[in-house]
Design a protein around this ligand. Structure first.
Ligand SMILES: C[S@@+](CC[C@H](N)C(=O)[O-])C[C@H]1O[C@@H](n2cnc3c(N)ncnc32)[C@H](O)[C@@H]1O
Length: 267
């Protein structure tokens, strides 16, 4: 089911893509092309993004996001970065956790996604300041050690150089600050994995065709999930970058995973 003969479906993750090339779903593309394809993808889905998330996850994404933001240890007064913040679900939960004092910076490369987020947050936020910054997480335009917590939900999968993004999150975090990364992964039970493959390679693209007018947009989603590193490998990468107390928790048989890491305090 997974192997459709494209080069990326044969690679065991992005590390195996050829030099100068990377994976956009199962397509092997020049590295500089991936950013453009990701932009086009989110331009296409932005207006229906929230609806499709709720439909395709049967509403579960709300529970995962709530659990994820609760585990990030946000305290009133914190400055929180919602990286790859998109339509702002994690920002909204961070605003609630801040209890009226502090700041949220929603940082995203795609204007259409942020515009949906801006409308949603304007309607529902009181007290806490929310700023919208358009930019690439591979080079975050914030000062070193200027935020207390970094949240990234379903975002890093789309970033050409994910490691560079994580290094940036480490740079902008203050010592003792926490990173929370919520991402899709593979189910742990094989029977569930089989059903999940069937669902994601048949019904997901069909729903994309029906509701967004693009089958391809919702083929990219399951393909990019299959290529994402395992939770163990991602935890290892976070430790290599310098995060300490790295843990992960699987949700719904491993379909989604929360990773936590802390920036070490100086000795
Ligand atoms: C799947 S959406 C997730 C949105 C939101 N965090 C959520 O949980 O619903 C991924 C977001 O990552 C953004 N993104 C992708 N590559 C990015 C990059 N290099 N820098 C910043 N944002 C990026 C996209 O524009 C999109 O809004």
């Amino acid at each position: 089911m997974i192997d459709k003969g494209f080069p990326c479906s044969k690679a065991k993750g992005l590390e195996e893509a050829s030099a100068g090339m990377t994976c956009f779903g199962y397509r092997l593309v020049p590295r500089e092309e991936k950013g453009r394809l990701v932009q086009r993808h989110f331009d296409r889905v932005a207006s229906r993004y929230d609806f499709m998330n709720t439909l395709l996850s049967f509403g579960l994404h709300h529970l995962w996001k709530r659990r994820a933001v609760m585990s990030a240890g946000i305290q009133p007064g914190f400055r929180v970065l919602d990286a790859c913040g998109g339509t702002g679900d994690l920002s909204l939960l961070a605003v609630k956790a801040l209890q009226g004092t502090g700041q949220v910076v929603l940082y995203d490369i795609n204007r259409s996604m942020m515009n949906v987020g801006r409308r949603k947050l304007q309607r529902r936020c009181r007290g806490v300041r929310v700023s919208f910054l358009q930019g690439d997480v591979q080079s975050v335009s914030l000062r070193e050690e200027s935020v207390d917590a970094v949240l990234v939900g379903f975002g890093v999968r789309n970033v050409t150089d994910m490691e560079r993004g994580f290094r940036e999150f480490h740079r902008v975090l203050r010592p003792g600050g926490r990173l929370m990364c919520l991402e899709f992964s593979r189910p742990t039970a094989s029977w569930f994995g089989w059903l999940y493959d069937l669902y994601s390679f048949t019904l997901m693209p069909l729903a994309g065709q029906l509701f967004v007018g693009s089958r391809q947009a919702y083929t990219y989603l399951p393909e990019s999930i299959r290529l994402f590193p395992s939770p163990e490998r991602l935890a290892e990468l976070l430790r290599e970058i310098g995060f300490v107390r790295v843990t992960f928790q699987r949700l719904t048989n491993g379909i989604a995973v929360i990773h936590l890491g802390t920036k070490a305090q100086p000795e």
